[in-house]
Design a protein around this ligand. Structure first.
Ligand code: HAM
Length: 419
């Protein structure tokens, strides 16, 4: 006797999206395409695998994402590659690589797809997760920052999520941030004993990240830390003021939070997060900001950029918590009893499907009772019953499953009956 084969389980932190849930995903994706389209964004699809170097240089060598969370490997041709942990670096690479920046000095891209980070899985945090994001390249005007924030707010309204908070900050530029960082390091050195182990490591390489550490003692330590606005240069200050003015003009609600910093190194000036109270620790549903040096850093021209990405799983969790399910298509169930009936309905089923109607039926031609149970389970709106009797009369019984009314319809009229 053969031993039973062992089950192969899904990889930790990765999740199967089954058809019932996929419907809601499609609605989210269709809304994104529609809303972002009205702001002029076109879809870009970049490869999931990129050169490791792209994220080292783009996202930053000292970020947790690159240091601890990347799925990287050397392929058979000795190339160091990585599964993308985010989309911005890939979009910028494609903009440079394809030469699109020459014909489109201002480009608007949106994308949707899986990203990979080997983080500790928990509710709303996976190792393979999906992002929908937008990148606007070639505009440094703060009104563009406001428009991106307005667009993501518009998207969340349209998709039907409420109770979100938008927090904005400016983390300065390469001109003014070194002074801020020096003052921050001074402050943090004075309260080193309160910092967690991770923050102690960040102190030299990435002190700004300590500002958004979730540990209580680190939060206390940064309460009296230097604040970004006191260190902004005139341009950064002006940029932030104009961003707020544009948001006010568009009546977008936001809060200024000068502790917001981002986990990826490419940001300058505007940084923002959109959060919810309803997801526990993983409360950021979307986040983004400006990255004016990234295109140049990746070997392209010196053009600015701004964008955001939203976590699709987190959004779906919020929608499901509010009772939303994906809309299901209307189903017509064919209950054919016996071989003659099966042969008679087969071309009719084919004709209905060609008309775009969802039809389900039972190949095994079980009893009528079993087939009605199946129709019920599928939530069929109508059941078409065909047995030998009906075949001899050239008719079918059509049962409306909601009103429970039954009527007789000629077999040859069935396609017209449902269209
Ligand atoms: P991020 O903050 O790393 O930014 O990710 C954006 C969003 O992706 C988060 O707010 C969260 O909703 C979702 N997310 C991140 N990691 C996970 C995870 N492990 N599991 C589930 N969801 C997750 C970026 O990735 C930037 N590329 C955003 C951007 C675009 N900035 C400018 N342009």
């Amino acid at each position: 006797m053969c031993a039973k084969a062992s089950k192969i389980r899904v990889v930790k932190g990765m999740v199967d999206i089954m058809p019932e849930t996929a419907k809601l995903w499609h609605e989210v994706e269709a809304t994104a395409e529609r809303i972002f389209g009205t702001y002029g964004y076109g879809e870009i699809r970049t490869p999931i695998v990129e050169r490791l170097e792209l994220f080292r240089r783009g996202v930053g060598e000292n970020t947790s994402v690159v240091q601890k969370e990347m799925y990287s490997f050397v392929d058979q041709g000795d190339e160091s590659l990585a599964l993308r942990p985010e989309g911005t670096a890939s979009v910028v690479r494609a903009h440079i690589d394809t030469g699109a920046y020459v014909s489109n000095p201002v480009a608007r891209y949106y994308y949707s797809g899986p990203m990979f980070r080997r983080e500790r899985p928990q509710k709303g945090r996976q190792r393979q997760f999906y992002q929908i994001g937008c990148e606007l390249l070639g505009v440094d005007n703060p009104v563009a920052d406001a428009e991106v924030i307005a667009m993501v707010t518009h998207f969340f309204e349209e998709v039907g999520v409420s109770g979100l908070t938008t927090e904005i900050n400016s983390i300065g530029c390469s001109g003014c941030r070194p002074d801020f960082n020096a003052a921050l390091i001074d402050h943090l050195n004075s309260c080193k004993s309160e910092l967690c182990d991770d923050c102690l490591k960040r102190l030299d390489k990435n002190p700004m990240r300590i500002l958004d550490c979730k540990y209580e003692s680190c939060r206390k330590a940064v309460e009296s830390a230097p604040s970004f606005p006191d260190y902004w240069c005139e341009e950064c200050s002006d940029h932030f003021t104009k961003l707020c003015e544009a948001l006010d003009l568009m009546e977008i609600k936001y809060t200024k939070n000068h502790k917001i910093v981002r986990g990826l190194d490419y940001y300058n000036r505007t940084a923002f997060e959109i959060t919810t109270q309803n997801l526990g620790a993983q409360n950021a549903v979307a986040a983004g900001g400006r990255y004016d040096g990234l295109v140049k850093e990746l070997g392209g021209p010196d053009i600015p950029g701004i964008g955001f990405a939203l976590g699709v799983e987190r959004l779906i969790l919020l929608l499901q918590a509010s009772g939303r399910e994906g809309k299901s298509d209307d189903v017509i169930f064919f209950a054919a009893i016996g071989e003659n009936a099966r042969n008679a309905v087969l071309p009719i089923i084919q004709a209905l499907r060609k008309d775009g109607i969802r039809v389900e039926w039972d190949y095994a031609a079980k009893s009528l009772k079993a087939q009605m149970r199946r129709a019920d389970k599928l939530g069929a709106g109508s059941v078409v019953i065909v047995g030998d009797d009906e075949i001899s009369k050239g008719m079918a019984v059509v049962r409306n499953m909601r009103s429970k009314e039954q009527s007789e319809v000629k077999l040859r009229d069935l396609p017209m009956h449902f269209v």
